[in-house]
Write a protein of this length. Structure first.
Length: 201
């Protein structure tokens, strides 16, 4: 939050810029005016300065909005097309949204995954470990990440993944899933290193 000194400095800088722009807009040279008109001229000047201040602020707001929209577009592209999988889960563990990589990892279209519980993909033998991890992650204060390894089962087979969970600065629990191996017949068929990140919100 800005303190009073900073706010005053910003206001002074804005007025100075407005005065400079107003001087550029006026014809060169000044016309002497009678003393009785001085107050009226000063009032008109103040109104003109205020108008220019509003113009400057409006220009800065438009520029900031453009920058924000561009940053949001870049973030959306990074999120949507990232090689890592991202998903937002509700507190009860259901999938609220996920990106393309997350849907590919779970082996189904996103429309069919939204609303399903994420733990339904966890193997029965690892369900208790995942539930404990999920609760710890939701309750964590972000001091250190929670960890766990589970096997996920989907149409593409069974995969062993390593989980890291922590709480973001905005108190949003985040879980990162790192693929370890593709399991087959109780053993490791192949290893891989793609990262899959799921966020619980």
């Amino acid at each position: 939050m800005k303190n009073e000194k900073t706010i005053n400095t910003d206001a002074e800088a804005l007025r100075r810029r407005a005065e400079e722009r107003l001087a550029e807009q006026r014809p060169h040279g000044t016309i002497p005016v009678p003393p009785r008109e001085a107050d009226a001229r000063r009032l008109v000047h103040e109104l003109e300065v205020h108008r220019v201040e509003l113009e400057i602020q409006n220009e800065e707001l438009r520029a900031a909005r453009s920058q924000t929209e561009a940053a949001l577009e870049r973030y959306t592209e990074l999120y949507e097309f990232a090689p890592a999988g991202y998903a937002v889960l509700a507190e009860n563990g259901t999938i609220r949204e996920l990106n393309l990589s997350g849907a590919r990892f779970l082996g189904q279209e996103r429309a069919k995954l939204v609303g399903r519980r994420f733990d339904s993909f966890v193997s029965d033998g690892d369900r208790a470990a995942y539930d404990s991890f999920f609760v710890r992650t939701l309750e964590s204060k972000g001091d250190s990440p929670e960890t766990c390894e589970v096997a996920l089962t989907g149409p593409g087979g069974q995969f062993l993944v390593h989980l890291n969970g922590w709480t973001s600065p905005s108190f949003e629990p985040i879980v990162k899933l790192t693929g370890i191996a593709h399991l087959s017949g109780g053993g490791i068929e192949s290893k891989f290193g793609d990262d899959l990140i799921f966020r619980h919100g």
